[in-house]
Write a protein that binds this ligand. Structure first.
Ligand SMILES: NC(=O)c1ccc[n+]([C@@H]2O[C@H](COP(=O)([O-])OP(=O)(O)OC[C@H]3O[C@@H](n4cnc5c(N)ncnc54)[C@H](OP(=O)(O)O)[C@@H]3O)[C@@H](O)[C@H]2O)c1
Length: 261
């Protein structure tokens, strides 16, 4: 069964970057939205502007998704308001660049909670509801780094590899219940990510940088076409192809250079 323009879309990490762009593109299609992140002021400003411009209903939920228990609370509040989420955009996430042994363990574990544990809990809770209704779409925002380990971004790359593998498996599992699961694997993009991750923007990364708009468009197109995953942009597709075509030591050395300078 298909979703339609009245279907509620829940977007995590909607206060900036890709999440904000997902909100804009779905609002432009007329969908009511649930926007989730920690920065309430940014969510409220976005909600007001989308409601004014497109006339769509927008619900704002201030949630810290590094606390996995908060996912259950969010799900319960939406159920109490009779909001049935038919499209889930599992986008919230952050990175952390630095040598594994020198970065704070709390920061790394917070990232694991957000990028892995909460995403898994969101997918399970909202996926069960979708199965009950026999329809739904779930987008998992992974990363090009899901395809290879990269020096000084070890935990983040590993977390995104988890997201991509989870998506591959659930794509097949959920299909029989009428629910689509698609993974989006962006490369370096012009969002708040680099600042939050304390990431060095090398010259090579500057050249490869994409704007959020085409990345999000590619993600929505792939999700609605029922694809398993998508790598947006020609350069990122070429990088993913290089992973298949070259030995691991070689592409890891190249990507380490691109990422670390
Ligand atoms: N930009 C890139 O180069 C790139 C490349 C590949 C993949 N990605 C992935 O794309 C996704 C979106 O990131 P972005 O690039 O759009 O970066 P961004 O602009 O920094 O956005 C990250 C979003 O996640 C939210 N978030 C962070 N921690 C959170 C928490 N504990 N609880 C709830 N929300 C939280 C942030 O909101 P608050 O701070 O308000 O909570 C923000 O809305 C992430 O999963 C990232 O790993 C990004």
């Amino acid at each position: 069964m298909a979703t339609n323009d009245d279907s509620w879309v829940l977007i995590t990490g909607a206060s900036s970057g890709f999440g904000e762009e997902f909100a804009r593109q779905y609002a432009a299609k007329g969908h009511p939205l649930v926007l989730v992140a920690r920065r309430l002021d940014r969510l409220q400003a976005l909600a007001e502007s989308l409601h004014r411009k497109y006339g769509v209903k927008v619900v704002v939920e201030q949630v810290n998704l590094s606390d996995v228990a908060a996912v259950t609370g969010l799900h319960a509040r939406l159920r109490d308001r009779a909001i049935a989420v038919d499209i889930l955009i599992n986008n919230a996430g952050h990175g952390l660049q630095g040598p594994f042994l020198d970065t704070q363990i709390d920061g790394a574990l917070d990232m694991v909670q957000l990028d892995i544990a909460s995403l898994t809990a969101m997918t399970r809770l909202f996926g069960q509801d979708m199965r009950g209704r026999g329809r739904g779409k779930i987008l998992l925002v992974a990363s090009l780094l899901a395809y290879y380990g990269v020096e000084n971004m070890a935990v983040y790359g590993a977390a995104k590899a988890y997201v991509l593998r989870l998506g591959d498996a659930l794509h097949r599992e959920f299909k029989r219940d009428g629910v689509t699961v698609t993974s989006l694997c962006p490369g370096m993009s012009d969002t708040g990510f680099a600042q939050a991750a304390k990431q060095k923007i090398t010259f090579a990364l500057k050249l490869l940088m994409m704007k959020p708009e085409p990345v999000v468009r590619a993600g929505i197109r792939a999700l609605h076409a029922g694809r398993m995953s998508v790598v947006p942009g020609f350069n990122n597709k070429a990088a993913a192809a290089m992973v298949w075509a070259t030995p691991r030591w070689l592409h890891q050395a190249i990507f380490a250079r691109i990422m670390n300078g």
